[in-house]
Structure formats: C-alpha cells, structure tokens
Design a binder for this molecule. Structure first.
Ligand code: A2P
Length: 352
C-alpha cells in the first residue's frame, strides 16, 4: 500500500518583520522551505502599508493589534523586550507558540531557553513561549557545549567584539553615516548609540549593576548557565561594541578540571553541529566577522593551550549575529517544534 505523507503546514507571523532580524527571518523561512500555510508580517504603525518581498510575492506589513494573532500557529518575535512583553502573552492566549528573540522571558523558569544544537529537548516543556538566547550567548554556547559535554568546563572568561547589527538596522545605518561624516571631516551624529562607533569602540552600553557588570555581560553568564543546566558554572565576560557592521567575535578562555588537549578539542569541534573550523596557522588566518557575515555556521579557530594554565584552552570565534545569533536560531527552533509536533504547548496539550 502506498504511504501518503500528511505533511502539515503552519500559519506564521513575524512580529518586527521590518527590522534587521525580521528581514532575515523572512529570507530564512523562504530559503529553508519552512512549511508555511500563511505568513503575516507585523511591525509598528510606522511601517503599516509597507510591502516586503517574499519569494515571488509581495506581502503587506500590518501594524500589530488586538486580532493580529488570531489563527496563527507560530509567532517569531523580534521587536524588542517591551513589545514582546505586551504582545507575546496575547499571542499565546490566542493559541500560538511564540519564539521570542527579546530578553523579556529568557530567565523565566517556565520559559525554555533553547539552542537546537545544545538543548533541543528543553523546548518540549514550553507553555507557549520559547526564548531565543542573547546573540553572544548563542555563539559562545554553540562552540563551548561540545567540549563541555565531554569534559565539564570549570571556568570561562570571555571578551566580545560585537558588531552594530546587535542594536538593529538603524544602528547599522548610523555607523555607516558616522564613517562617511568622519571621512568628510565632519562631526559624526549619534542617535542609537551613545558615542560614535565608527573608527571607535566602547564597552557595551547596557545598564551596569552594582558589581560593575553590564546587562549584556550578565546575560552571557545567566543564560549560559540556564542553557547548559549548570547553575554554578563560573563565567565572567567583558562585552565591547566594535565598528563592524555585522557578525560578532569572541575570545574565549576555558578552564577544565583536567587538561584538554588541543588535538582532542579540534577533533570534537570539527564534528560538532553548527561549527566550521577556520584555522591556517601558517597564514595567520582565523575567523573574521567579514567572512562570518551571512553564514549559518559559527566560525571557530585559534584553538590553543593556555600557556598560563595547563588545564586551559583559548579559542576565537566569529558568528553572524543576525543569523545564528538571532533569526536562524529562531527558525531552527520553529523547525524543531514542527519536527517533534511540539507546536501546541505542553500545557495546552494536557488541558485540551
Ligand atoms: P518598525 O520598522 O515599524 O519600527 P531592529 O531591531 O532592526 O531595530 O527592528 C525592530 C523591529 O521591531 C522593527 O520591525 C520595528 O518596526 C519593530 N517594532 C519596534 N517597536 C515596535 C512596536 N511598538 N510594535 C510593533 N513592532 C515594533
């Protein structure tokens, strides 16, 4: 007897469709052939009536409103924390699963924080919202998890080199305009960033806590612990914004209980999902943000023994903040939900 495949398709809404991540979400749904029954593009009233191309179609952008989530199965939200706080619960109430790119729900104990290469099973217990981790956390976790699961990391020290894209499409434009202004001998204007970023850098400008750590640094600490299921993992971070348009880089120092050889680390990372090793020691060629931009994989290289610590390893990575650091991870979560039939929340399934 012939087996007929009853493959399902899903009604998807993108909240924040006009932004840097939203635009990439559209491209990924198209290029990865996500099983779409319908695609709704939502943004602020500023973008109402805008038209965005999707394959051969032109889709209207609609201002998010009370009935935006009626008859929607999956919401991919990337419109900032306050927008998510306002609309995600309403979308869940309307019956959708929200994959949220903001920090609004990440540390909520009932909200799984998911990187499909690291903790896919966490998504099973969702109650309507699944959080996409912070971009620097995703890139670091994809590179460190394959080592950590073989031999637990005792302590991590990370320094980030974060591109303008992390602050959105308008921030990327601001850096370009600043560069043009400086080259013409003019004073660069600042609107999104507090200081000029072109030809400059500054430590991440999120709010500082009483210990002197900014929010971005604490996200790396707390989110990595939650994702790895390692609440006591020792992590410290220094986050820096650099004048790169797209793709973040990170210098990571890992300390293990016992020595972890470079050869073993390289062997593990070469086979790990979502990673491409980029190393040519003769040519002094290692991951660069210009080569990570637009790529799905996190580029990892310069894996070397820490000369100050026999149980330590150093590594360097570059990864596209908009793709794996945000949009790609969210689409991968949506694909995971579809593959595992987890689109309906566990709570809804139980109470249905
Ligand atoms: P809009 O273009 O209408 O302002 P980015 O991260 O690149 O800055 O993009 C942010 C995205 O979030 C944009 O699509 C933006 O829409 C959307 N957005 C921002 N504020 C709101 C809001 N209050 N309601 C709905 N969408 C919003």
């Amino acid at each position: 007897m012939e087996v007929v495949s009853l493959s399902k398709s899903y009604r998807v809404a993108i909240l924040g469709a006009t932004g840097a991540v939203g635009t990439e979400l559209l491209e990924l749904l198209q290029s990865r052939k996500f099983p779409l029954a319908e695609l709704k593009l939502l943004a602020s009233p500023r973008s109402a009536d805008r038209i965005m191309p999707f394959g051969n179609e032109n889709l209207p952008v609609v201002a998010v409103g009370e009935h935006s989530f009626d008859n929607v199965d999956i919401v991919l939200a990337s419109a900032g924390g306050s927008t998510s706080k306002e609309w995600a619960p309403k979308a869940v109430e309307a019956g959708a699963v929200v994959i949220d790119n903001s920090s609004a729900f990440r540390m909520d104990t009932h909200v799984p924080l998911v990187i499909p290469e690291v903790n896919p099973d966490a998504a099973a217990s969702h109650r309507g919202i699944i959080a996409n981790p912070n971009c620097t956390t995703i890139l670091m976790a994809v590179a460190v998890w394959p080592l950590h699961r073989v031999q637990p990391v005792k302590r991590m020290v990370v320094a980030t080199y974060q591109s303008a894209s992390g602050a959105g499409a308008r921030a990327m434009e601001e850096v370009k305009q600043q560069a043009l202004a400086i080259l013409q001998g003019e004073t660069p204007k600042t609107e999104i960033f507090p200081y000029p970023l072109a030809f400059n850098l500054f430590t991440h400008n999120t709010k500082l806590n009483e210990l002197g750590y900014c929010e971005e640094e604490m996200k790396m600490v707390n989110e990595t612990r939650k994702i790895f299921g390692a609440p006591n993992l020792r992590i410290t971070a220094t986050c820096v914004r650099v004048p790169v348009l797209r793709a973040h880089s990170e210098a990571i120092n890992l300390e293990f209980e016992e020595a972890f050889s470079v050869e073993k680390a390289l062997q593990i990372l070469s086979k790990a999902p979502g990673i491409r090793i980029v190393e040519d020691w003769q040519a002094n060629y290692f991951p660069m943000p210009c080569e990570a931009s637009g790529k799905d994989e996190v580029l990892v290289g310069r894996i070397r023994q820490d000369i100050s610590n026999p149980g330590g390893l150093e590594l360097w990575l570059s990864g596209d903040q908009i793709r794996k650091g945000a949009a790609l991870n969210a689409v991968q979560i949506a694909e995971l939900l579809v593959a595992k039939s987890w689109v309906q929340s566990a709570t809804a399934a139980v109470t249905a």
